[in-house]
Structures are given as C-alpha cells and as structure tokens.
Design a protein around this ligand. Structure first.
Ligand code: AMP
Ligand code: MN
Ligand code: MN
Length: 316
C-alpha cells in the first residue's frame, strides 16, 4: 500500500473506526490517525467511531470527540484499524456499504480482507506499528506519537509478546524521540487497575481450575459475579494473561458471561497450541498465542468444546 498521504488525495470527508470492545491498539491507532489528519490535513473532515472507549485512554488526543453511535453519512473514505473481519466492526458497520472507498489496516493473521484495500502485516506487534509505517515520520506530532505508543505497548504486553520485533523497538524508539511520556503511558494503559478490577482478577484466579494434566488453566466469571462487583467486560483485561503466568501451563482459557448462557472466550498459549485455530473453529479468531471467540452453553459445555482440540494439539 502507498503511504496514507497519497490515498488521502481527493478525500474531503472520512471515517475512522475500530473493532467491538476496542482495546488500546484499536483506540490508539484510530486516534493516532485522527491526530495525524488534524495536524497535517486539516481540510479533511474526519470522524472517529468507537464503541464505548475506556476511560483509562482518556489522555489520548481526540478522545472526547469519539462518536459512539453511527451517523447516516456518506464518507469518501472509511478506514478500519485493527479490525480483522466485517463482523468485528463496531458502531461504524453501516458506513461501509455507502463509502466511496474502504481501507483496512491490520495485523491479524485471520484478517478476512473485507475492504477494497487491505493492508495486513501479520508479523507486526500492533495496528499502531503498521500504521506508523504508512505515515510520514516527520509529520508525526507528539500527541499522535502518544496514541501510537499506547497501541504498541498494550498489544505487545509492554514489548513482551513474541510479536515484538526489532522493528517494533525501532518504531517505539522513533516515538520516544517525539517525547512521549512513556512511563506514564505504560502505567495508565497497561498496569494500573481499579480496586474492583483487582478484586475480580483475584477472585477468578482463586477459583480457577487446572485441566489436561495441569497444562491448561481455566478461569471464568458469571454475570451474577460481575453484577456483584459492578464490573463490565472492559474490567476483565489482563485476567487471562495473569492465568497464563502460571508455571507449567501451556494454555489459559478465560470466560465471562455476556448473555444468558453466552460466554466471551479469551485464550492465551505459549505457542505449542495454536489458539487462533481453536477460536476460528468456533467462529472467532486472533493470533497463534492469543485468540478469542464467543460461545453458547454452560461453562462446562464451553470448556469441554474448547479443550477437545487443545488436548489434541498438546498431543501432536
Ligand atoms: P482477547 O482475548 O479478546 O484479548 O483477544 C485476543 C485476540 O483474539 C485479539 O487479537 C482479538 O482481535 C482476537 N479476537 C478476540 N475475540 C475474537 C472474535 N470473536 N473474533 C475474532 N477475533 C477475536
Ligand atoms: Mn485489538
Ligand atoms: Mn491489535
């Protein structure tokens, strides 16, 4: 794909959008591009659409201007960031059909290439890293750099996951040169939790179970427990990673109830098991070491279905 500036020629109004339950990479890439446009292409009227963005990212530029519901508008261009498939587009889904042109900028191996232009780099740590490569470095301002740094830090687990490459570090270094307050960003975007977030994590770990010869750990949260603590899906971040931090565990599974007998599933693997394969089988997707899907049934049904393939893969 050409640099974004070339694609923007002739565009007078555009939409930028991310995926359902947007994470730091999704919010960071959307607001990073938004800021880049405000800095360099003020003649373009741009709107950002994100579903209910989390307050911990409120330090990002343009956060208060995010639209959380869709408007009946025809855009010259719609850019989807960090969105692997059409079903994962959040509030902006209706805009696609009416758009002059659609572009997807992503890093998921499972990307279904649903746009006219699909720029997918499956080896990149984050959509923010991919987006950085499409921008003119000298035109990136400090606020834009903060947004991109946020996405890289959150999606790479603070440069820990195997998707972190020397290139990731070079991009992070270039953003650091712009003067981003990296200590504060890492704290705010990744480590800091509210008291109830810590409570629900503690409880989930306490009640977790080990399966498949202690090689698989399962944690789950029921709707009634979520109500008891007053937590919502966005408070569940990091729980699956903490489960995965158990010595000897190959795969961590975390479920929380999003409807009656309906669970959001998150899986993490050390690499022996391809959890994207497991998630894809149940209509989800993701990466080899981090994937997710939504499943129906009781906790028992869901875990049983998931562990069938995990067990097979552990034996391969
Ligand atoms: P999560 O466990 O939600 O943090 O997601 C881990 C990875 O799997 C992320 O890269 C997500 O984009 C992807 N993922 C999670 N849920 C789904 C889903 N329902 N469909 C496709 N990809 C998903
Ligand atoms: Mn994401
Ligand atoms: Mn991402």
């Amino acid at each position: 794909m050409k640099k974004i500036d070339e694609i923007l020629n002739g565009v007078s109004c555009m939409a930028i959008a991310g995926h359902v339950r947007p994470d730091g990479d999704c919010i960071g890439s959307c607001l990073g591009l938004y800021q880049y446009l405000r800095d360099n292409r003020p003649e373009i009227q741009a709107d950002v659409y994100l579903e209910d963005p989390r307050p911990e990212f409120s330090y990002l530029p343009g956060f208060s201007e995010v639209k959380t519901s869709c408007e009946e508008k025809e855009y010259d261009l719609v850019v989807l960031l960090d969105v692997s498939s059409e079903e994962r587009i959040g509030v902006a889904a209706p805009l696609l059909a009416k758009a002059g042109k659609t572009i997807c900028i992503d890093h998921h191996v499972t990307n279904t290439e649903y746009c006219e232009i699909n720029h997918v780099e499956p080896d990149a740590s984050s959509a923010c890293e991919v987006l950085f490569g499409l921008l003119e470095e000298e035109k990136i301002s400090e606020p834009c750099a903060e947004a991109l740094y946020t996405g890289i830090v959150t999606d790479s687990g603070v440069f820990q996951y195997s998707s972190t490459s020397p290139h990731t570090m070079r991009v992070a270094a270039a953003l650091m040169e712009k003067g981003v307050p990296f200590t504060r960003i890492i704290e705010d975007a990744f480590f800091k939790k509210t008291y109830v977030q810590n409570q629900i994590m503690g409880r989930t770990i306490m009640e977790s179970i080990m399966l498949l010869d202690q090689r698989c750990i399962v944690g789950y949260v029921r709707k009634k427990d979520m109500d008891f603590y007053g937590v919502t899906p966005k408070d569940m971040d990091g729980i699956v990673n903490q489960l995965q931090n158990t010595r000897g565990v190959e795969v961590a599974i975390f479920l929380y109830e999003i409807g009656v007998q309906e669970y959001k599933v998150s899986m993490r693997s050390n690499g022996k098991v391809d959890v994207a394969r497991v998630a894809s089988y149940f209509g989800g997707g993701g990466h080899v070491k981090a994937a997710g899907c939504t499943m129906q049934g009781s906790v028992f049904d869901v875990v049983n279905s998931l562990t069938l393939d995990i067990e097979r893969q552990l034996q391969e």
